[in-house]
Write a new protein. Structure first.
Length: 320
């Protein structure tokens, strides 16, 4: 997986979540806290999600073949979308169900000190996981706010880990408040309310993840900054008179397809057009390294208001 995949952040989150899940289930078994059960399920779901992200990154490395000529880069988007579904169903819906169950059939907590200790330890471990994700994300943000980074990032792994870690920390706080109020007031309904808050939070995070990864699956083009760089690179030399039209599409988080129909002078010969096309492609790759697949269609621009018949165009398609 490339550096943009945030492998270090994923591994850190996986190790933290597995350790936390075990301690939460022990605390639930001893105390009977619904919040602890919801948080344990949440941590297991998060651990599975990190494994899926690693699997998606591994599968995305497969070389292109006749069935998938543009490669398997979008595998990472598929697995990120599956993560959002798991977070919604296993994490959020189960927690809401468990909270409703405890509201309708409340029971007293036993050994309430244990879940409180576990929650405090879990908050510390999740904070380290979030710190790693933030540290891995900062070099890639390029001045964007965190909301903009989550919405615009083409590599799905870091936004997923960031949102999971933030949700986990908030969920732990909700659980701590629920268990704490149950101990103070003796009313077990507070524990159930904490579980409902955890489930609602997970559902909201899953919806955000689902919307963002769906957009990547459908297909996103280059951002405005990269589009401007590509246009400038095309027009930087004397070969091209104008850009007739251009489209871009991310084939994977680190691979951008650029297709452009460019206006060349009508009197150029085939060898001149071929050399000019190669020069344009080289400048595009230098300006935006992610532009690895480039199709250039040379043409002769004809003003639509011009009454003369159009000049026959030489068409060349090139791809490296």
């Amino acid at each position: 997986m490339s550096a943009s995949g945030g492998t270090k952040a994923i591994v850190a989150a996986f190790l933290a979540n597995m350790g936390i899940a075990i301690t939460k289930f022990i605390a639930w078994a001893v105390s009977g806290s619904a919040s602890m059960l919801a948080e344990g399920i949440h941590s297991v779901a998060d651990s599975c999600n990190q494994l899926l992200l690693l699997l998606g990154g591994r599968r995305a490395k497969k070389a292109a073949d006749s069935e998938h000529p543009f490669g398997y880069g979008r595998e990472r988007y598929v697995y990120a979308f599956v993560v959002s579904i798991i977070l919604f169903s296993v994490g959020g819906v189960f927690s809401i169900y468990e909270g409703i169950e405890k509201l309708t059939h409340p029971h007293e907590l036993t050994n309430a000190w244990l879940p409180i200790v576990v929650l405090l330890v879990a908050i510390v471990l999740e904070s380290f996981s979030l710190r790693t994700a933030v540290k891995e994300s900062n070099p890639l943000r390029n001045g964007l706010s965190w909301i903009q980074f989550v919405r615009r990032a083409k590599a799905p792994e870091l936004p997923v880990v960031l949102l999971e870690d933030v949700a986990a920390l908030l969920g732990l706080v909700f659980a701590l408040i629920g268990v704490g109020l149950t101990v103070i007031t003796g009313d077990p309904n507070w524990d159930a309310i904490g579980t409902l808050l955890i489930g609602t939070l997970l559902v909201l995070v899953a919806v955000v993840l689902g919307i963002e990864t769906k957009s990547l699956l459908v297909g996103e083009g280059a951002n405005d900054g990269d589009l401007q760089k590509i246009e400038q690179a095309i027009l930087a030399g004397p070969e091209v008179e104008r850009i007739i039209h251009m489209k871009t599409l991310y084939l994977g988080p680190d691979e951008l397809l650029v297709g452009a129909k460019l206006g060349f002078a009508a009197d150029q010969k085939l060898l001149q057009v071929a050399a000019a096309t190669n020069a344009v492609e080289q400048r595009i790759r230098q300006a935006v390294p992610a532009a690895r697949v480039i199709y250039v269609e040379p043409d002769v621009y004809v003003d639509p208001n011009h009454t003369a018949p159009p000049t026959d165009a030489i068409v060349i398609k090139s791809i490296d």
